[in-house]
Design a protein. Structure first.
Length: 186
């Protein structure tokens, strides 16, 4: 079986519910954003370390990739197939609380830096925020009520934020904070 079909050569693609939207439609934009978040999570898994001995954080990221895949099914099926419920959102919140409970209290705004995995977790956070914006656009144009899968995406950016902080802490990296603004003379 070939990987390419040629069906999308006219700028349309087929969804799970049989519709053929343009590839720049809010639905396809959202599916693409979900794919970007999943790919970023996958790259983050490799940055954290060896796949032979996965850490709890890597296992969480694999779980997140699976959830993202199922959110894509929900979206592509026009929510006729639902997989994400409030227990899934609660499970993510539990992971956020576990990591955040190990971080130092946040008293200042931080700059996104530190170790490579921590910095990339912040990149993934920002990609997730874009995905969230695409989700809102899709929901508003589809006149769709807010599904649990949207709540998951909303919480997911928080997960990547606390994960980045946790990864820096585990590596002994002190977070850089935003300094008071000083005018720089040119």
């Amino acid at each position: 079986m070939k990987i390419y079909t040629g069906h999308g050569d006219a700028g349309r693609t087929l969804t799970l519910n049989g519709s053929q939207p343009l590839k720049n439609s809010p639905l396809i934009q959202l599916n693409g954003s979900l794919d970007e978040v999943s790919a970023s999570a996958g790259y983050l898994i490799t940055l954290i370390g060896s796949r032979n001995n996965r850490s709890e954080e890597q296992e969480d990221l694999v779980w997140i990739q699976n959830v993202l895949y199922h959110i894509g099914i929900e979206v592509s099926s026009a929510f006729s197939r639902l997989y994400i419920d409030s227990s899934c959102v609660a499970a993510l919140e539990s992971r956020i609380d576990r990591l955040d409970g190990q971080n130092d209290p946040l008293t200042e705004f931080i700059l996104y830096s530190g170790t490579m995995p921590a910095a990339y977790a912040q990149v993934t956070r920002s990609v997730t925020r874009r995905c969230e914006r695409d989700f809102v656009t899709f929901l508003s144009e589809a006149d769709q009520k807010i599904p649990q899968s949207y709540l998951f995406i909303n919480r997911l950016s928080d997960y990547f934020f606390v994960l980045a902080r946790y990864l820096n802490k585990c590596s002994g990296i002190k977070e850089a904070t935003v300094s008071k603004w000083k005018q720089i003379d040119g």
